[in-house]
Design a protein around this ligand. Structure first.
Ligand code: BG6
Length: 611
């Protein structure tokens, strides 16, 4: 995923572009660049490898680039290694066409060959340089019609894109087009903004247009005109964004990740309160009704990364509480395995960003089979939210750290509430159990808060293990699902190789990897299963492992483990919400102690909008 920005107005474009890119760095940060048209009509392009700070230094914080019309980009490399040569903006010969792009052009290689045959030369390995030259080719071929050139581009390419284009011949104009990658257009008095995400423009405007798939836009100072792919004018509604701007600030924390770890109780509470009214779960805003809920005979839960791990947890919760069969899939697998979907199937898609290409593609696969789709999403108006039949928004607020914490936690409780409501509507539980489960869910924020605010022991353990090479996290049932998320957190931010394993499965082969000093973290929240998990942990200890237990208070794990992190008692159905917190905190401190960039780990991006 990458971040794109654009600006046309009365101010110095370069400063606004750099500021906007700083709010989008979570989308990709291996190189960056901006292009600004100056008053004599030339487009000055500056690009740098590495994080945005290099570009800020190279342009003297934008001072060196005159002009009030420009575009910018921060990159997560897909084609071509991170380098200045491969950084955006990319341009055709003599800068006649300059573009920034978020997405992937799948047929760029064959187009590149054709353009080379027509005399075009290329300086980079990127698909985006092909975009610039292809638009340039069409622009020259059809007597310089900027919109028509982009329309022909749209018809010729396959893939996903959010593109901003500057033509040397068109002063104070930017053209934009999108397909499957996010883009919004902000309007203020006498100035117009383009960005991949809202935080990039909140300082200047809260009034935005959501440009839809296969729509084009002509951007001038204070104005945006929209067209469909037949170049017919489209009228669009201006949307007022209410998101809290400070959410994109650290508010005194050293890193966004720790800030967002602390925001979890609030994120969970807000999400619960948006659905629970007067002690009952109200899905009216979601749109799904009781008849529908009664009619389903199977659920698929689909997501990527941590969102997938929420699905694994919810499988146990839905099947235990609502007695409905649940299958969980990686989004990238779901869409290719010909899932057996019927009119009685509900597909639940989980996504923080609502833009993950694999999950969006899985959603489209489900819709092709005419089954109901319900998305659990954290970003209002995101592509997945807009394409789903039903949407359950988590209210975690903007999540900036690449490693998700508060959105993951909010997704969990949203899923719990869905499962409880399914159980109620399908008469699997009575009023008493319904009330009890809702009370248990309402108690989660306080228990999470208790763990979030007792970090000393966890910080000490992180310092003890910050240099381990291998970590195994094991558990059974929901404890296994928790180990999946804990393992990903530690990998993402501390680069320590960790592996999550079903505790009962470890002895069937993988235990061969246990050596003296290997750290084995056992999740012990499922009372009926912990004796067996403890035995599995002992099997590793007898082969040299050191044992750390994350255990529910009073569950009786301390005696046989080297270290124990106790968590507050909680209904075992919902223990993932509390047991994951120590693993988030431990991962965070291991990353800090290893001197790593906690919020922007290497090779990652907050949401991957390419497949
Ligand atoms: C990955 C992120 O790229 O995408 C994970 O590194 C995230 O943290 C996953 O869980 C899914 O993203 P989203 O936005 O669809 O939840």
């Amino acid at each position: 995923m990458c971040g794109i920005v654009g600006y046309v107005g009365g101010k110095q474009a370069s400063k606004i572009l750099l500021e906007g890119l700083s709010k989008l760095e979570y989308r990709g940060y291996d190189s960056a660049g901006i292009a600004v048209r100056n008053d004599d009509g030339n487009i000055n392009i500056v690009r740098t490898k590495g994080k945005l700070k290099n570009l800020i230094e190279k342009t003297n914080n934008g001072e060196d680039l005159e002009g009030s019309c420009g575009i910018g980009h921060t990159r997560w490399a897909t084609h071509g290694e991170p380098s200045e040569k491969n950084a955006h903006p990319h341009y055709s010969e003599k800068d006649s066409v300059v573009v920034v792009h978020n997405g992937i052009i799948e047929n760029y290689a064959e187009i590149k060959e054709k353009l080379i045959e027509k005399g075009y030369k290329f300086y980079s390995q990127t698909d985006t340089e092909v975009v610039a030259n292809l638009i340039d080719y069409y622009y020259k071929e059809i007597e310089n019609d900027p919109l028509d050139a982009i329309k022909k581009f749209m018809l010729r390419v396959r893939g996903s894109y959010a593109i901003a284009v500057m033509y040397k011949d068109c002063p104070n104009e930017i053209y934009a087009v999108r397909k499957d990658s996010p883009m919004i257009i902000g309007i203020a008095d006498g100035e117009t903004f383009i960005a991949s995400d809202v935080p990039a423009m909140l300082k200047y405007t809260r009034d935005v247009y959501y440009i839809d798939n296969m729509e084009l836009a002509k951007i001038t100072a204070g104005k945006a005109e929209f067209f469909n792919s037949d170049e017919e004018v489209i009228e669009k509604e201006l949307v007022h964004i209410t998101m809290d701007e400070t959410a994109a600030e650290k508010n005194g924390f050293e890193h966004f990740m720790m800030k967002e770890i602390h925001e979890q109780p609030e994120a969970i509470k807000k999400t619960i309160n948006s659905i629970v009214e007067d002690g009952k779960i109200n899905l009216e805003k979601v749109g799904i009704d009781a008849e529908k809920i009664k009619n389903y005979n199977q659920i698929f839960i689909v997501g990527c990364g941590s969102a997938y791990h929420v699905g694994v947890t919810l499988k146990y919760v839905f099947e235990s509480i609502a007695k409905i069969p649940v299958q969980v899939d990686f989004a990238s697998e779901f869409r290719y395995r010909s899932p057996l979907l019927t009119e009685k199937t509900l597909v639940i898609l989980i996504s923080q960003s609502g833009e993950t290409a694999d999950t969006l593609a899985a959603l489209k696969e489900a819709k092709k089979h005419n089954v109901d789709t319900l998305s659990i999403v954290n970003v209002v108006g995101s592509s997945i939210a807009r394409a789903s039949e039903y949407v359950l928004y988590t209210l975690a607020g903007p999540e900036i750290a690449v490693a998700t914490t508060k959105a993951y936690s909010a997704q969990l409780v949203a899923g719990y509430l869905l499962a409880v409501q399914f159980a109620k509507e399908r008469d699997v539980i009575d009023d008493k159990e319904y009330k009890n489960l809702i009370e248990e869910i309402n108690a989660i924020p306080e228990k999470v808060d208790e763990v979030v605010n007792t970090q000393e022991d966890i910080k000490h353990l992180a310092s003890m293990f910050s240099n381990v090479d291998d970590v195994f996290m094991i558990g059974r049932g929901i404890d296994y699902a928790i180990s999946l998320e804990g393992s990903l957190k530690m990998k993402e931010v501390s680069y320590v190789h960790t592996e999550a394993y079903a505790a009962g499965e470890l002895k069937h082969g993988t235990i061969s990897l246990i050596e003296d000093g290997t750290l084995v973290i056992g999740l012990l929240t499922q009372k009926s299963l912990i004796e067996k998990t403890l035995s599995n942990m002992q099997e590793t200890k007898s082969r040299g492992a050191r044992l750390l237990a994350v255990a529910t208070n009073g569950i009786g794990a301390a005696k046989s483990c080297d270290y124990v992190i106790n968590i507050p008692k909680i209904n075992p159905y919902f223990s993932a919400s509390v047991a994951v917190i120590p693993l988030q905190i431990m991962s965070y401190y291991m990353s800090v102690l290893r001197g790593l960039d906690v919020d922007k780990p290497r090779n990652l991006a907050k949401s991957v909008t390419v497949e």
